[in-house]
Structure formats: structure tokens, C-alpha cells
Design a protein around this ligand. Structure first.
Ligand SMILES: [Fe+2]
Length: 177
């Protein structure tokens, strides 16, 4: 399956009751072929989120994550699926409590893996390196227009997510796990 095939399949599936499962299965099929895929998608060697497709039911992005930066915790308010093309993403997860959010068990996903997150999931990502991470990020809706939450990297205080604040909250990796 090519990236274009995946996008066509995801568009067709996005309004079905089984959209999350169907698109997850297609994403699994796409990244199962990650070595070939890695040779056919562009490599920017920069932190980019390139929108490959978006409408009100679906967003597909090609995301590159440069090692050495811990990004800030945030939510999506949409069902989210991530498939890794090459490299790895470290996901730190957080849970809501009456007083805000607290860290939960994390997970590292590598080439060929798919991670699915419910709309209320809160995560923070980074790339453990040494190589650039490339991944396909899929959202069941138009992620650019969704009102979402961002959390301060040290205090974990919640505020509305903006691109500017997200960039401001990025921190160099300190080696802490
Ligand atoms: Fe995210």
C-alpha cells in the first residue's frame, strides 16, 4: 500500500461507523511496509507537520520529529492514530484528575508500529533518536480547527493550544526518563 492508497482508503472509511478500526487496519498495512515507504516519502530533516489531506472528517499529516526535544503535553479531541515510518516516537501519557493532569505510563513506538488514542487522551511526544522520526498522524476530523488543550511542561497547567505556545513550551531533552 502506498501513502496515496492509504489516503484514498482513509477518505472512503472516514464517515463509516467503523472508521477508527478500518483506518487503523489500513495504517497497519501501510507501515508494515515501512522500509519501502521510507524510500518513497520526502525526508525534510526538520520538525514539520505536512498536511497531506484534510476535510471535516479526516486529517492526514506527515510528521517529522527531530531528536533532542521534549514537546509539551496536549490533547486532540479527535480519535487519533499514528503509524511510524522510520525512527521512533516516545509518548509520555497523562491522566486527568480532579486537580489537573498527572503522568501515566509511557510508550515508545518504532518503525511499523501503530498507536491509537481516544479523543480525550493526553500525550507529549519526542524522538529518542539518533535518527529523525517520520510518522503518519491521522485524526478523525479537521484537527486544525479543533479547540484543544495544551499543558505547561513544568507546572502542567492547562491552557488553550496555539501553535505559538506549543513551540514556546518545547524543552531540550534532559536525559530524565
Ligand atoms: Fe499529539
Amino acid at each position: 500500500m502506498t501513502l496515496d492508497d492509504f489516503i484514498a482508503t482513509a477518505k472512503a472509511a472516514a464517515t463509516a461507523d467503523s472508521a477508527a478500526l478500518d483506518i487503523r487496519n489500513a495504517l497497519n498495512e501501510l507501515v508494515s511496509n515501512h522500509e519501502t515507504l521510507a524510500q518513497t516519502v520526502p525526508l525534510h530533516n526538520d520538525d514539520i507537520d505536512e498536511v497531506l489531506f484534510e476535510d471535516d472528517t479526516l486529517t492526514v499529516m506527515l510528521c517529522e520529529t527531530t531528536p533532542g526535544v521534549d514537546q509539551a503535553p496536549h490533547d486532540h479531541q479527535l480519535q487519533t492514530m499514528i503509524g511510524i515510518i522510520d525512527g521512533a516516537e516516545v509518548h509520555r501519557f497523562f491522566q486527568r484528575t480532579a486537580d489537573g493532569i498527572v503522568p501515566a505510563k509511557g510508550r515508545t513506538i518504532t518503525a511499523g508500529d501503530v498507536l491509537s488514542m481516544t479523543p480525550d487522551a493526553i500525550h507529549a511526544i519526542g524522538a529518542p533518536g539518533p535518527e529523525q522520526c517520520r510518522a503518519v498522524h491521522v485524526y478523525l476530523g479537521r484537527i486544525a480547527t479543533v479547540e484543544r488543550s495544551l499543558f505547561h511542561p513544568e507546572t502542567l497547567a492547562e491552557e488553550p493550544l496555539t501553535i505559538e505556545r506549543y513551540a514556546e513550551f518545547a524543552r531540550p531533552v534532559t536525559g530524565a526518563t
